[in-house]
Design a protein around this ligand. Structure first.
Ligand SMILES: [Zn+2]
Length: 485
């Protein structure tokens, strides 16, 4: 009887603290704009863009240079708080995964604010924890907006050999600070689904394994408990769109080794969010979930969480296509064939990796009924035919401005030959440019740039150009036009 009563009391306590956490997360989410580092308007900022921000940080934050990259860019540690528990956070170990770097600066702004209704939360965190954060651990990769370091080594496979100065620095920080908790902040393929739901994974978490058998000790259990709390608060903003990353042990990776070296490791993967290519919504979710976790570390409330609730988070599922065209008819050798077409749009760096365009690809053809698409076209009754090439050759892409593209689209003309085109000056119009050569005789081949028409009889219903279609709003960001090789 006594035990039941205690259990009920403890359940009630844990429910009230989880309701408080939900409410606090909602308030943080709503107030994010106040703390948002305004200079980040897209993901391709560089090391030189964060240096002045670091120099301008105010109390209670302090900054020190703790190392440098191979190409001698400074790597800095931001410190805040006076608590006895050390927490280490690092972002952009992969140079093209910038979402959490933005969120860390938002958190720095939050920590140095006051009289905004959050003083109690700030005080709770800063009195119990000492925060150590490395925003942009791989500045050379960031310069190129690429995953790897300047040596072309993936730092996240260098935790044992430590051949990259950046990787050696991370290990050194873990070994000297001995943090209770480490946050390993990444971006994942935006096409992961949540389990089999077909919903896009906006954020995925992982309590990284520290051995092949994926055992759970106290250190890893704490990761699971903290993730349960973060998942719960995120569900109110993106219901059903949080997943769990695969926990297969990777002996060369930092997350796995740091968990093994005794620091509770939390992997946060920023995924995709439809219509938000610069990931500003996910940046806000990082801000909310990291502060939620810091609060739970500070007051120990994570101890009430159950690891079963971690296991219940669906795993990352099979990748979705950016565009899935279902049931389209194709005529080959005089025969009608019905296929689905899976298309992905890949970012290509432009303007010294400060901007980007897309180069799309026909990823799969056939029965794709077990897959989903972030966008889908039901092409039942439609026939796939080649796009048409404009009869004249243009001097440069700028000449497109003189043409009535809408009228040409109606005739199925979406491809244009140009005498010269620089990669960095791609047009903003939705067209397929050809510098040399012609459109392929067969419009539907694996690996090819998806440019074709979907017709009902003679009427063109959809114009597909470089994986985008005519119903897409043309964004001011370059919808790049794969220049066919
Ligand atoms: Zn990564």
């Amino acid at each position: 009887m006594k035990q039941t009563l205690l259990a009920i009391i403890s359940l009630a306590l844990s429910m009230s603290s989880s309701i408080q956490a939900q409410d606090m997360a909602r308030r943080l989410h709503d107030a994010h704009d106040t703390y948002k580092e305004k200079t980040f308007t897209h993901r391709r900022f560089k090391h030189r863009d964060i240096v002045p921000l670091l120099n301008a940080l105010k109390t209670p934050l302090s900054v020190s240079q703790v190392g440098e990259s191979l190409e001698k860019r400074s790597i800095n540690l931001v410190k805040a708080g006076t608590g006895s528990t050390n927490v280490l956070l690092w972002s952009q170990m992969h140079g093209d995964e910038a979402t959490a770097t933005m969120a860390l600066f938002d958190i720095f702004n939050f920590l140095s604010a006051k009289n905004d209704g959050f003083d109690e939360l700030r005080q709770a965190i800063l009195s119990q924890i000492t925060i150590h954060a490395v925003p942009m651990l791989n500045p050379d990769g960031t310069q190129r907006f690429q995953r790897r370091t300047a040596t072309d080594i993936d730092m996240n496979r260098d935790a044992l050999r430590l051949q990259t100065p950046e990787g050696a620095l991370l290990k050194n920080l873990q070994q000297t600070l001995r943090p209770l908790v480490g946050f390993n902040l990444h971006d994942q393929n935006p096409r992961y689904s949540v389990g089999k739901t077909g919903k896009q994974a906006v954020v995925s978490f992982l309590a990284t394994a520290y051995d092949e058998d994926r055992n759970v000790n106290d250190v890893r259990q704490r990761s699971m408990q903290l993730i349960v709390g973060m998942n719960r608060v995120l569900q109110q903003f993106v219901p059903g769109q949080v997943a769990r990353y695969d926990d297969e042990f990777e002996p060369r990776a930092f997350g796995d080794n740091i968990q093994k070296w005794g620091t509770t490791l939390i992997l946060i993967e920023s995924g995709g969010y439809l219509g938000d290519s610069e990931k500003m919504a996910i940046r806000r979710l990082n801000f909310v979930s990291i502060l939620t976790a810091l609060k739970a570390i500070a007051d120990g409330s994570y101890r009430q969480e159950r690891t079963e609730d971690y296991q219940a988070i669906p795993e990352n599922g099979r990748a979705l296509f950016d565009l899935l065209i279902r049931n389209v008819t194709l005529v080959r050798e005089g025969r009608s064939v019905t296929v689905d077409v899976g298309i992905n749009r890949y970012e290509e760096n432009l303007d010294s990796a400060r901007a980007f365009g897309y180069k799309s690809k026909i990823e799969d053809i056939g029965d794709l009924s077990t897959f989903g698409g972030l966008e889908e076209i039901d092409a039942t009754g439609l026939t796939l035919t080649p796009a048409r090439l404009y009869s004249d050759t243009l001097d440069t892409p700028a000449s497109l401005r003189k043409l009535d593209l809408a009228a040409l689209y109606k005739e199925g003309i979406t491809a244009f030959r140009v005498r010269q085109a620089k990669k960095d000056t791609l047009p903003t119009q939705l067209v397929h440019l050809l510098v040399d050569g012609k459109l392929p005789a067969r419009p539907l081949q694996l690996g090819q740039i998806p440019t074709f028409l979907l017709r009902r009889g003679n009427r063109i219903e959809y114009t597909i150009v470089n994986g985008f279609w005519n119903h897409d709003p043309i964004s001011p960001i370059i919808k790049a036009n794969g220049i066919a090789e």
